[in-house]
Design a protein around this ligand. Structure first.
Ligand code: GLP
Length: 246
């Protein structure tokens, strides 16, 4: 595990974007596992900037997103599909056919999730998986107690996650209660994992995830077992980490 400290959200975003850029430059046809939430917004902004400067080319890149709310279609501004278009895809030269987000409109959970696992397999797996972390330690939408050995599956969101994510919705009642998420097994199969965290609210869970016991109660704790994990934290999110990490 490599922990990189950044001194601000912007610095965290630039450092993480640098690592993603390196992946795209080293393997132009790579498969990126992508995340939503406020943490990666700055990363996408930085990547767009470098794309506009001609430093990055996404023509041969494939992206596979972690998760999607059940019941929200592409036109819904709160869907993760919409988020990704708005914050990243519509600003770069990625091919629409190379972009994957779980189909939240498919009411047949079994079919939707198997289809997604098949897509990941057909793409040859994920080269680099970008992750944020929920205040309860969730990654993707794998909530505390999630089995480590699952592929894509339907989850019921924890109350704390609904509370944390309600800021994106007009009213709390509009926050979907269920989501389809890539499972921890799939996340752990990514060749590289890049976990990013920003802000005081993430400080305690980042320490618990990286230095506490590996337990399904803290889904992100399994990342300690990943052979190629890089963590980028800003000053606040890294506040509870031990000093001598290098
Ligand atoms: C959501 C997403 C996660 C994300 C988490 C944290 O629940 N499903 O992938 O990591 O929110 O979001 P934020 O970065 O806004 O704190």
């Amino acid at each position: 595990m490599k922990i990189i400290r950044a001194n601000s959200y912007q610095d965290m975003s630039r450092k993480a974007a640098n690592l993603i850029s390196a992946q795209v430059i080293m393997k132009p046809n790579c498969v990126l596992g992508l995340a939503t939430g406020s943490t990666p917004e700055g990363i996408y902004k930085q990547l767009i900037d470098w794309y506009n400067k001609g430093d990055l080319d996404f023509d041969r890149v494939t992206t596979i997103n972690l998760d999607e709310y059940v019941g929200l279609d592409h036109s819904n501004e709160q869907s993760y599909w919409y988020f990704m278009q708005k914050h990243f895809f519509r600003h770069i030269n990625i091919r629409p056919e190379n972009v994957y987000v779980p189909d939240g409109t498919n009411p047949d959970a079994e079919r939707a999730c198997r289809a997604y696992d098949y897509i990941i397999q057909r793409c040859g797996g994920i080269d680099l998986q970008l992750l944020g972390i929920g205040v309860d330690g969730h990654i993707g939408f794998n909530e505390p107690g999630a089995a480590f050995e699952l592929g894509t599956h339907k989850v019921r969101l924890q109350e704390s996650t609904i509370q944390a994510n309600k800021r994106f919705f007009a009213h709390e009642d509009e926050v979907p209660k269920e989501a389809y998420t890539m499972g921890i097994k799939t996340i752990m199969q990514a060749h590289k994992v890049l976990l990013c965290a920003s802000g005081t609210a993430k400080a305690a869970i980042i320490r618990e995830a990286l230095y506490g016991p590996v337990t399904p109660q803290v889904p992100a704790s399994i990342l300690q077992m990943h052979p190629d994990l890089t963590v980028v934290v800003d000053h606040e999110a890294g506040a509870c980490l031990p000093e001598d990490m290098d």
